[in-house]
Design a binder for this molecule. Structure first.
Ligand code: SAH
Length: 344
């Protein structure tokens, strides 16, 4: 069994090299090559042939294949469908903003959280992504698109906190000064609210931005559309958010997809204001993206307007997410589904 070398932190790589009787300084050379996106040990031209052979006997290097690449004619958003080494597929989206290029990565193949409005969860969870596979999404999106990546959002397919250890390792790898060196403050992690994992994340005190996919401020509505709420509840989630903010000093953001007739009444807006105030959270309203298999529709513009007014009158910092990549199915909740459907 060979080891996935790109999932190894430099200190782990160093230990492995020492065991092979190699010099310490080789670690940095190899780590640099891996983070430049080489696909074989033979490309590591400053290593001896003997070392390259020895490495290839012990380790393998992941490199996803592009199955499909779509570029939005509306705004230049690039969407990749990758084939992983075991034949599974995932999607990554690169968006250009004035402040830089952001990559939205998947953290699992499929998802088991079952949110009623989301397309990623329709086929359930297939498997977790390895740290190397998440790193590859960033690395190869940058190499192929030519767009230097400065920000990362973990908002693609999957629930990042359900793949906790691999996600944390990926964050350490992507943040490493010898690697892509992307600062934690340039990274956002989005979760459907696995409260016990939010505490585990807080304890690590990474300076990333935590986004909570709230989508409803009361248990009745939230449990209906988000099974992750059942057995946890909104109040427990809000308490976990408070603890996170107190421990890390990082302001939390609430994602709220506006769904017609489900979570978009003035009463919802009022209760949401209270919850946001309790945590000092910013609210990011998302116009619901239509998913073919789902019955939900986006809120009517007049209801959205009233909703925003109530939040603002309550002093809540509110934004409405601009939708990018609408012509390439790159919007939240739509990833991978169309490819899976085509294949089946
Ligand atoms: N599992 C994580 C991250 C992936 S989803 C989470 O739940 O946060 C990224 C965001 O897109 C989440 O806020 C999710 O609720 C939202 N989303 C999913 N389907 C959507 C849809 N059809 N329209 C708008 N937003 C959607």
């Amino acid at each position: 069994m060979k080891t996935d070398i790109k999932s190894m932190l430099p200190e782990e790589l160093e230990n492995a090299l020492m065991e092979m009787g190699e010099q310490k300084y080789r670690t940095k050379q190899i780590f640099t090559w891996l983070n430049r996106g080489v696909c074989s040990f033979d490309e590591m031209s400053d290593l001896s042939k003997k070392l390259r052979t020895a490495l290839s006997e012990r380790f393998y290097i992941t490199s996803p294949k592009i199955i499909r690449k779509q570029v939005s004619e509306l705004d230049g958003t690039v969407k990749y469908l990758w084939e992983l080494s075991d034949g599974n597929s995932i999607e990554t989206v690169v968006m250009s903003y004035k402040h830089g290029n952001t990559v939205c990565i998947s953290t699992q193949v499929g998802c088991r959280q079952g949110c009623a409005f989301c397309a990623s969860t329709i086929g359930g969870l297939v498997r977790d992504l390895e740290p190397s596979e998440m790193l590859d999404e960033v690395l190869f999106s940058q190499i192929d698109s030519g767009l230097p990546i400065s920000n990362i959002v973990l908002m693609g397919i999957g629930e990042p906190l359900d793949n906790f250890d691999n996600v944390i390792k990926f964050l350490k790898l992507i943040n490493h000064p010898g690697g892509m060196n992307i600062g934690m403050r340039h990274i956002s992690l989005s979760t459907c609210g696995l409260t016990e994992k939010i505490d585990k994340l807080a304890a690590l005190n990474l300076q990333l931005t935590l986004s909570i996919s709230l989508h409803a401020p009361d248990d009745e509505t939230r449990s209906k559309i988000m099974p992750a709420n059942r057995g946890r509840g909104v109040d427990e989630l809000i308490s976990a958010c408070k603890r996170y903010f107190e421990h890390t000093g990082r302001r939390i953001s609430f994602e709220y997809a506006m769904i017609d007739g489900v979570n978009d009444t003035p009463a919802h807006a009022k209760l949401l204001s209270e919850k946001a105030k309790a945590v000092g959270a910013h609210v990011n309203l998302i116009p619901l993206n239509h998913v073919e298999e789902r019955k939900y529709k986006p809120s009517k513009p007049e209801n959205l307007k009233t909703f925003i007014n109530i939040l603002e009158n309550n002093g809540i910092n509110t934004t409405v997410r601009r939708s990018l990549g609408g012509d390439v199915d790159a919007s939240c909740g739509q990833l991978r589904r169309s490819a899976v459907k085509q294949n089946s």
